[in-house]
Design a protein around this ligand. Structure first.
Ligand code: GTP
Ligand code: ZN
Length: 345
């Protein structure tokens, strides 16, 4: 792969504008394709690179899809460019900080199937993360050929928001490249998410022409198991880039209040008219949301899931804030201890 231009890789004026004059002469821009424990793989105009990180940059702060600057001869990654978008999630038990999933996405393909995998609450979780990150969500519902009521699944998915893109698929027989074409062209980056078994690999193979399967086999890596579960960036036949996200089970929400409101617009709009600003929309007098439930304008199940997600988000956000506060205080303590030591010398 040596015939790719920066534009082919997804480069845009947004990234160009972050470079200093002449920086292109000294440094090479590259796009991260895989993140490992102690190094990353990237793709530049001249082909694949394996890079180690300069001091101050850790693999926890680099994501697949990132644009970076590097010194290829020295195999050094010297800096990460500001992201256009960033998809992250709360960790499973909301202990520490959030976990980066992917960078510089235009679209999130949220995959589910016409069977027991279909779960409105989980779809809303994905929608909240996508909306919060300003990444366009598209819900893909596979196995449409295995049910009598595919339209019922589509209608249910469409009811989870306004103007939602929902696409029914028979991932095995449909022309995936044609149907998903609008999101997969040059300059576009998408991430493919969903539970195990919903057809992600089938879709990825159709979009990339099989690259998803073959690229995972890396004979030069002794820890082969590591690579098969890693997220990675693949070129699609239509010219865009696909990030697959295997092994993403827990999907916690944290710091996504905006995304939750955007996922439940019928509720958040009403909530603005409640008598109390901190209304929990339960038994409070003057609750505009409860009034809309009574008149049948809001689905009570949506309110139940909205409240649940809001509570989880508030708790996780608080935990993260406390953890950040602690590490800031610790930093100050260390600094002042060092200053005292200096003074006492
Ligand atoms: N009939 C039918 N089968 C499908 C469809 N989509 C996927 N399958 C089948 O479902 C099984 C699982 O598909 P995969 O593409 O491996 O699913 P996955 O999401 O990659 O699953 P993991 O690899 O476990 O993450 C395979 O046997 C597919 O052939 C569909 O739309 N219709
Ligand atoms: Zn209310």
């Amino acid at each position: 792969m040596t015939d790719l231009t920066l534009a082919d890789l997804g480069w845009s004026p947004f990234f160009m504008s972050q470079l200093e004059i002449d920086e292109l002469e000294t440094h090479t821009p590259a796009r991260i394709t895989e993140v490992h424990r102690d190094r990353v793989n990237a793709l530049s105009e001249t082909g694949p690179l394996e890079l180690t990180l300069d001091p101050g940059i850790t693999t926890a702060t680099v994501a697949v899809g990132d644009w970076v600057l590097c010194l290829p001869d020295q195999h050094r990654l010297t800096g990460v460019l500001e992201r256009q978008t960033e998809l992250s999630r709360g960790t499973e038990y909301h202990t520490g900080d959030k976990q980066l999933i992917a960078a510089n996405l235009n679209t999130l393909f949220i995959t589910t199937s016409c069977n027991n995998d279909f779960n409105p609450a989980r779809l809303e979780r994905y929608l909240a993360l996508a909306h919060d990150a300003m990444i366009a969500p598209v819900i893909l519902i596979t196995k449409a050929d295995q049910t009598e009521d595919a339209d019922g699944y589509r209608d249910q998915a469409m009811s989870l928001g306004r103007h939602l893109e929902v696409i029914l698929l028979d991932a095995k027989s449909d022309d995936i490249t044609e149907i998903l074409g609008p999101w997969c062209g040059k300059g576009q980056t998408i991430a493919l998410t969903g539970s195990s078994g919903v057809g992600k690999t089938t879709i990825a193979n159709a979009l990339t022409g099989g690259a998803a399967l073959t690229q995972d086999i890396r004979e030069d890596d002794a820890r082969g198991r590591h690579t098969t579960t890693a997220r990675s960036l693949h070129r699609m036949k239509a010219g865009g880039w696909l990030i697959d996200t295997p092994g993403m089970r827990g999907l916690g929400v944290a710091e996504v209040a905006f995304g939750i409101d955007a996922t439940f617009p019928e509720i958040s709009e009403r909530a603005a008219q409640c008598k109390f600003r901190d209304c929990a929309h339960e038994t409070e007098p003057g609750c505009a949301v409860q009034a809309a439930i009574a008149s049948g304008e809001i689905d009570p199940e949506r309110l139940r899931r909205f409240n649940k997600l809001k509570r989880e988000n508030a708790q996780a956000t608080e935990t993260i804030a406390q953890a950040r506060d602690r590490s800031k205080k610790f930093g100050k303590m260390v600094k002042s201890a060092m200053q005292t030591k200096k003074k006492n010398r």
